[in-house]
Write a protein that binds this ligand. Structure first.
Ligand SMILES: [Zn+2]
Ligand SMILES: [Zn+2]
Length: 611
């Protein structure tokens, strides 16, 4: 067990205090935990050393016998019984709601009791639906305050989630496209590079009269403030705080402006160096000869890249991570596209915490043109989310078989999103895991474990032969919760050896793995899987955000498991990862499933033969 730092221990004690408050514990008790957290945080010597000295912890101000014992437990095992017990009742997403302005523990508890709210998404939906104001002690003012603090929490040091900006950005662009005489409208900046958060929006427009273009721009119903209005440039602030700049650009330099305002800054610097080496200058107006300033290219990006002797570089790759060298050599990867995807392997239904039924989700996936889908409810330690225990998994076998009959024309994998417990074991017994075609393992609790414990935990979980993929691997929530500090390289190396896929989770506040980690995964030989983790039919659209991450990571369709045709998937499942996973002991064989998909049929005999 690695030594916990003072900050580690203080953080757990602080979280404990909040959980006790939510639980309605005696205020003196919660205050004692908070005080202890403060004392430890400010302590100059390592608490781990004091714990080894007889009576040294107890000598600290505000730390009695009981708290001292809890601290010793924490140092010895990384947890305490009380913490584990409370975490089962109050997941960290719920606990963190108390960080929002206007919401204390009492109100969070009331929201939980009355409206079953347990995370930010649920809170936002309820507040927008006007449900908060109805609760005793809340009112309309507080509802507004909550919405406001949610929008602030969303901004990651002034940035908004890409998904939050997506609709308004396209709405603005469409409005401008409709202006008479306008021939081109592009959204540039980090939005075009598909970063997971956006600082501001840059719109480039070609054609139309300045008067009409600027009118259409500044009168959009989401504009809260017009900050500047001119002939060629205007700037507005939207109601959610986002700043949008619009530039009117002439056709002959549109490509140069688009290149310049798309960035990244680092990409542009490297590109200018390439130009200079060839006796050319590159700026937002065009590519020109240094000698006489005669223009070589500028109308389109393609013209400019071509004139520099390189392939056009997709915006997602423009981060100065080696893409310019590849483009010069004609070796850019063919990035994966939406049409390459054949399935979605992580989603929930009303059987756990999803909003649509099993049949509705399968039908929606089929309508999107997918050839296969995996239904992955939660496992039992997420009790509040309707997690499945072993008996529920057994009942599910028949439900999946029924939906296969009800919705033909799409392969349905019987999956589950199984919690990785604090010690790295899985949340279901092997007999239940054996009934599944597709096992995703996820970290949902104890994400605050220190690095070494977290690494050991994940490595142990990966070893289980039932595991097919790891869901939202780091557990990060953008702007809310940092990534689990496990050793990413070691985990990826082991995942590659074991043939466990790593997920790019498409939930807009997760985007996990990130582009950087997905790129690393590919370098380590890991197969990636892009999943929506949909909790509703509408969520299936989130697939685009995972695709953006994959493209920023430079992935091709060969790197992504759910871009494989069903035949290839089926063969992979048959090899032992997924499908029948345990040595087949005839006496312990579960009742044969009525399901008759190729995956099941293929998996069973093969595994019986090889083991
Ligand atoms: Zn999950
Ligand atoms: Zn999930």
């Amino acid at each position: 067990m690695p030594a916990l730092t003072n900050a580690d221990v203080a953080r757990v004690l602080g979280t404990l205090a909040t959980m006790l408050e939510i639980d309605g514990a005696n205020p003196f008790r919660t205050r004692a935990y908070r005080e202890a957290a403060r004392v430890l945080d400010a302590l100059p010597e390592p608490v781990a050393r004091l714990a080894g000295e007889e009576g040294a912890l107890e000598a600290l101000p505000g730390i009695g016998k009981d708290l001292a014992q809890k601290i010793r437990d924490l140092l010895a095992t990384g947890s305490t019984g009380l913490y584990d017990e409370l975490l089962k009742k109050y997941p960290l997403e719920l606990v963190h709601l108390t960080d929002l302005q206007g919401l204390g523990a009492k109100r969070v508890r009331a929201l939980y009791d009355a409206l079953h709210i347990r995370d930010r998404a649920g809170l936002e939906a309820a507040a927008q639906a006007g449900q908060l104001r109805e609760l005793p002690g809340f009112g309309e003012k507080l509802e507004q305050k909550v919405l406001h603090s949610l929008s602030i929490a969303e901004q990651v040091s002034g940035r908004l989630l890409l998904a939050k900006v997506w609709e308004v950005a396209h709405g603005l662009a469409d409005r401008l496209r409709a202006v008479q005489g306008v021939t081109r409208v592009e959204l540039a900046g980090s939005f075009r590079r598909r970063r997971d958060t956006v600082g501001d929006l840059d719109l480039l427009v070609c054609g139309g009269t300045p008067e009409q273009v600027m009118d259409a721009f500044t009168t959009h119903d989401r504009v809260a403030e017009v900050m500047a209005r001119g002939e060629t440039r205007s700037a507005v602030r939207l109601t959610d705080g986002l700043q949008v700049d619009l530039r009117l650009v002439p056709g002959e330099s549109f490509g140069a402006a688009l290149l310049y305002f798309t960035g990244s800054k680092e990409h542009n610097i490297e590109l200018r160096r390439v130009a200079n080496d060839q006796g050319l200058t590159l700026n937002e107006y065009g590519l020109a000869r240094e000698a006489d300033q005669s223009v070589v290219a500028g109308r389109t990006e393609q013209d400019i890249y071509r004139a520099l002797g390189m392939d056009w570089i997709p915006p997602e790759l423009r981060e100065a991570r080696g893409e310019i060298a590849l483009a010069l050599e004609g070796r850019l990867p063919r990035l994966i596209e939406q049409d390459d995807l054949r399935g979605d392997l992580h989603m929930h239904t009303t059987r756990s915490d999803g909003r649509h039924t099993l049949a509705e989700m399968v039908r929606a996936a089929k309508e999107r043109g997918y050839a296969y889908v995996a239904i992955t409810e939660h496992s039992k330690s997420l009790a509040m989310a309707g997690g499945f225990d072993e008996a529920r998994v057994r009942r599910s076998v028949g439900e999946i078989a029924a939906v296969r009959r009800e919705v033909p024309g799409i392969e349905v994998l019987h999956g589950l999103e199984v919690d990785i417990l604090a010690d790295g074991s899985l949340d279901l017994d092997d007999d239940a895991l054996e009934l599944l075609d597709w096992v995703v393992i996820s970290l949902h609790s104890r994400l605050d474990q220190p690095a070494e414990a977290a690494t050991a935990r994940v490595l142990k979980a990966l070893e289980h032969p039932a595991v097919c993929a790891m869901g939202h691997p780091t557990g990060r929530m953008i702007g809310l919760r940092p990534a689990s500090p496990f050793d990413m390289e070691r985990v990826l190396e082991r995942a590659a050896e074991l043939g466990v896929a790593m997920e790019i989770n498409c939930q807009p506040d997760r985007m996990d793995l990130s582009d950087v980690n997905a790129r690393l995964a590919r370098e380590k030989g890991v197969t990636l899987v892009i999943d929506t983790d949909a909790h509703s039919i509408a969520n299936l659209d989130y697939i685009r955000y995972g695709l953006f991450v994959a493209r920023r990571a430079g992935l091709t369709k060969d790197d992504v498991l759910n871009a494989w045709p069903w035949e290839r998937m089926r063969k992979m499942l048959r090899k032992g990862r997924g499908g029948a996973v345990k040595p087949a002991e005839p006496a312990k064989q579960p009742a044969p499933s009525p399901a008759k998909t190729p995956a099941k049929r293929a998996a069973k005999p093969k595994s019986a033969k090889t083991r």
